[in-house]
Write a protein of this length. Sequence first.
Length: 255
Amino acid sequence: MSAQLATPTRSQKTVFMALLSLALGVVLIVATHRRDDHSGQKLPFVPPPKEIKHFHFGYAETMADVFWIRALQDFFICDRAIENLNHTATDKCEQSWVFQMLDLVTDLAPKFGMPYYYGATVLSVIVNDPQGAKVIFDKGVRELPKAWDIAYRAAYHYLIELKDSDGAARLLVQAGENGAPAWVFSLAGRLYSEEGKTFLAKSVLASALEAQLKATTPDEVAIYKIRQRLEQIEKEKAAESASSVPNPQAPKKSQ
């Protein structure tokens, strides 16, 4: 009499599928690590394929957590600077590895708030990937419309990085309608003035800087870039103020 194999129970199937999903995520994480080639040079960061979101076996949020943790390990890297490979504060990043990781994480777990609140801000301020940050902010505002802090940070990005005052004002109104302090409504009307722009920019950057300074292991590169952006805002404000002051030596128009 031949022995029959026991049919797996429902709990055993659940554990197996969870482990399979986790193992697949780990394999892809290893594949995304930058590594040395035979010449000793660093190979580019490799983002996971977008199609992976269709192979989570019902554990999309678990896989999202795995990729989120991987992204945090190289969160401030611009691997695709448009101007040169030695990323500086003035270079723009385009379709960066960090953006592609965050895009996948938010596809797998669209209600996970940290990639929108923290990740999109990193793309905007530190990685300097303005279009990538726009995509993530837009997803966050769409998926979590009641999270006013995401809309508020998105307003900064629209105003300062994208130069879109109308979009920023709309986002501030949305933030105000969902629990933000009442003064955001008046700020929305002041965005077309230099004073209003500076207030919004400094409030978001100061919040990002405070979070880094209070972190268990602060990232010196991130702190430097945030402070650099704050200094840039101050310089732009001073230049704008200087240009608006009448020059007493300028020739007067004839009557």
